[in-house]
Design a protein around this ligand. Structure first.
Ligand code: PGA
Length: 250
């Protein structure tokens, strides 16, 4: 069954004390609306956050990335296996900040997808076009290539452990949001290409999240679209009040 999911991607924000208090504050006001909640703190706080969430059935933790290498002499890198050993459930891969600021290619992201799945982590695979690509009307082809290059080699068993997050780059952290029509159109397109490759049952079961300046004032209209199953929230996940308001918008 397709799940409703809300992910808070904290990026490089919140120290240890801030991370634990934010989680505790949110957990103390958790609505029972069946939405799966995922916190994505910095690597260094994953284990602490996992411990805080352990007794909640519908609350999970995601790493914001992992290494494309299994293990070895890669100073500073964090492997999928290390992440899994902290009882983390998810990993966010292919975020546009990783693609653009760290030059991650679809090839690198594919290695990360494979290692994450083989370590029993579920993957939140991000895709999204630039404003220029949208204006040139090449955005559908671009999203299709991001998805096919990184996911189309998977088996149907593996595709069950993938969530896609559509995050138009022009909307991330800018205050600009895709309209509900633009977001729905792209989500339906993504579901269609997954159905063409893996079959409609797998596509129907897949949660597809929207990210890019999703806030309390626009979450309801975005989440009411038939192919939008939740959100990957950056800025608005850093405050208890706005994150809870978004959680109450389903
Ligand atoms: P934003 O970030 O909500 O601050 O736009 C979303 C994301 O990058 O995941």
């Amino acid at each position: 069954m397709r799940k409703k999911i809300l992910v808070g991607n904290w990026k490089m924000n919140n120290n240890l004390k801030e991370s634990t208090s934010l989680v505790n504050d949110i957990l103390s006001e958790l609505p029972q609306n069946g939405v799966e909640l995922v916190f994505s703190p910095s690597f260094v706080f994953l284990h602490n956050v996992v411990k805080l969430c352990k007794s909640y059935d519908n609350v999970f933790v995601a790493a914001q990335d992992c290494s494309e290498i299994q293990n070895g002499a890669y100073t500073g890198d964090v492997s999928a296996e290390m992440i899994k050993s902290c009882d983390v459930n998810y990993v966010i891969l292919g975020h546009s900040e990783r693609r653009n600021k760290y030059a991650e290619t679809n090839y690198v992201i594919t290695q990360k997808v494979n290692l994450s799945l083989s370590n029993n982590l579920k993957v939140i695979l991000c895709c999204g076009e630039t404003l220029e690509q949208r204006e040139k009307k090449v955005h559908f082809n671009f999203i299709k290539s991001q998805i096919s290059d990184t996911l189309f080699h998977l088996t149907t068993d593996q595709i069950n452990n993938i969530i896609i997050a559509y995050e138009p780059i022009w909307a991330i952290g800018t205050g600009l949001t895709a309209s509900k029509e633009q977001a729905q159109e792209m989500h339906a397109f993504i579901r269609k290409i997954i159905a063409e490759k893996f079959g409609s049952i797998f596509a129907d079961n897949m949660s597809i999240l929207y990210g890019g300046s999703c806030k309390p004032n626009n979450a309801k209209e975005l989440f009411s679209q038939v192919d939008i199953d939740g959100g990957l929230i950056g800025g608005a996940s850093l405050s208890k009040q706005s994150f809870i308001e978004i959680l109450n918008s389903f």
